[in-house]
Write a protein that binds this ligand. Sequence first.
Ligand code: NAD
Length: 517
Amino acid sequence: MTTTTASSTAAAGTADLPVVAHWIAGAPTSGAGQRRGDVYDPATGKVTKQVALAEQQDVQDAVAAAKAAFPSWRDTSLARRTAVLFAFRELLNARKGELAEIITAEHGKVVSDALGEVSRGQEVVELACGINHLLKGGMSENASTKVDVYSIRQPLGVVSIISPFNFPAMVPMWFFPLAIAAGNTVVLKPSEKDPSAALFIAQLWKDAGLPDGVFNVLHGDKVAVDGLLRHPDVASVSFVGSTPIAKYVYETGTAHGKRVQALGGAKNHMLVLPDADLDLAADAAVNAGFGSAGERCMAVSALVAVDSIADELIAKISERVATLRTGDGRKGADMGPLVTGAHRDKVAGYVDAGVAEGAELVIDGRQVVPDAQDDQAAADGFWLGPTLFDKVGTGMSIYTEEIFGPVLSVLRVSGYDEGLDLINANRYGNGVAIFTNDGGAARKFRNEVQVGMIGVNVPVPVPVAYYSFGGWKQSLFGDTHAHGTEGVHFFTRGKVVTERWLDPSHGGLNLGFPQND
Ligand code: NAD
């Protein structure tokens, strides 16, 4: 499979590196522009590839390809569209191991975790295989005498997807399977930090028989994003990323007349009540706090523990963290490196700040000794071990900011009410979990908490594909969540038809407002 094209314009020192190309109209292209970005292997710290960064001309070309492909894809029957979807699902399933390795090589997450994200994305592909059922409209026969009324849903046209680095396969798959199944054509702008997964997926679509131009990949940075947000032929924007950019994308996209769903950052809490199974809660806190090195929008970063059990819970978490191996994701480690050196330093800076602000540092990930490929990789990889703070205050930056790294903060509360108030006062509302054996408390929490996705004794409550994914407050701009029926709704527009087949009894003039009889 060709996923790169050679470049004659790479910067000095990178001339021999492969260039991750755009994918436009069914083929890779290095594009019109000269700009390139570095792509790292986070477990060695080395630049392994360059990625083409789009210029305006590339935006025009990608959107033009998608626009040209739209009329015939829209008119392709549901039977034929779903045949392509099924073929894509089979190819993805057969080759997800390769895709997982591509993700690990650029993102750093361990291979089993990368495989998990592909499998969760595949669930949305499987949902989209049933699009014929999901697109069914309603019909009322004889709504008025001899008048029938029915509704249909039609695709929008060219839709754009702008995705973050942390799930280079799953997050795009929250959107494009349903978008394509519903008859739209797509321009995906993946993160420039781990761009190769999107290209692998583009080739799978081609192999599955998707017509050229229906799925396009445009690599790049703000230039590409701004181009899509302002392009008159782009009908919608599905964005996932940090809150400031999500807000910008929402405001700019809607100002340019587009339908926008923009999912932002998070600070996910886990409330542990005294009656919880503390071993289960400790396992969950470690898995959800340090899985994928905390670089998950559903990671637990704030553990809200009722004071009476906080010491015991922290002891149990510490025991478990002591068994974790941080290292190269291809070598069976539990936790990999962070995505870039700059991000690693930013997260380590939060650890410094937490100490300076007076939180109690229980486990210091800055001291980690990684299980790396060799000494050089141990020195140069973007390593930071699991870090645990106790006695964190709500005014400290390690609580107020989204850290997006392996840093778990314990906030102590007197009981349920204080815990709930603390969670509801937070500006984010993506995911939350409660650990308890009291069904009444769990039910009350489910009703009262101001968060979009809730886990009861489940730490990372990512909804299955046939429900919708999305948060509240500053975790989502717009009103439509991803996938599930909301996803189908986002990628289609409704029409209602009122229909009468004329017979002689309908003659005559009547200028009054139509009434049903
Ligand atoms: P990011 O906001 O830096 O980047 C996201 C996308 O926006 C990328 O494609 C990037 O190229 C583009 N972008 C970056 N800066 C831009 C700018 N100034 N103008 C226009 N476009 C720009 O996010 P990230 O670091 O890639 O991902 C991590 C963030 O994503 C975290 O905040 C995390 O919580 C969030 N996230 C949220 C969800 C969710 O479902 N709510 C899911 C995954 C990740």
